[in-house]
Design a protein around this ligand. Structure first.
Ligand code: HEC
Length: 166
């Protein structure tokens, strides 16, 4: 054996490279990944719903948990597009309440104070679909938030995940 270089590992290199390239197997992974960025940054959903989707009650009016929601993809997209009338859930479709696309209601039909807030960054239909995919893949039916999930959201080693350590 001595003096003979061991190149056995080369046989595995393509397997490792392929695994890195393909990434974790999951349904609609691209859309879910994009959805996470939107949940975190562009839509700032985590500001109210928290990274874990259970909602942040620090300013009253805590939203219902996205982990126990019964809504399907279409219904999730409707809520994100139209918001919820009379609540702080924003309408992310720029055309919401300009016509009757949202719940059959026009902006002129509702009291100004009940009109869902217009968010800082509206979302395209595609982005709304991606964030709905993210909610379904990450929160719905997943039980209580875990340390591992927190690390995925905030990045490994983030100290705000410490409270979730067992
Ligand atoms: C300013 C705070 C705020 C932001 C930002 C926000 N939400 Fe909400 N959201 C709420 C509140 C409050 C409710 C509950 C409304 C009600 O009482 O029906 C809600 C409700 C929902 C619901 C309905 C859940 C159910 O089961 O009825 C979904 C889904 C949802 N939000 C997703 C999102 C997504 C996705 C984003 C980002 C694109 C987002 N929200 C951004 C406050 C917010």
């Amino acid at each position: 054996m001595a003096g003979r270089p061991d190149f056995g590992w080369i046989r595995f290199a393509p397997v490792v490279a392929a695994a890195l390239f393909v990434g974790p197997p999951a349904l609609a992974q691209d859309s879910v990944g994009r959805g996470q960025e939107i949940f975190k940054e562009k839509g700032n959903c985590q500001f109210c719903h928290a990274w874990h989707g259970n909602g942040d009650s620090s300013f009253g009016n805590a939203p219902p948990s996205l982990r126990t929601t019964n809504l399907n993809k279409e219904q999730l997209m409707e809520v994100v597009s139209c918001g919820r009338i009379g609540t702080t859930m924003p309408s992310f479709d720029t055309l919401a309440y300009t016509d009757d696309r949202c719940y059959g209601v026009r902006g002129t039909d509702i009291d100004k104070k009940d009109r869902p807030p217009v968010p800082q960054n509206p979302l395209t239909r595609d982005e709304i679909g991606a964030v709905a995919d993210y909610v379904l893949a990450t929160f719905v039916g997943k039980g209580e938030p875990t340390y591992a999930e927190c690390q995925v959201f905030w990045g490994g080693g983030n100290s705000r995940c410490d409270p979730y350590k067992k």
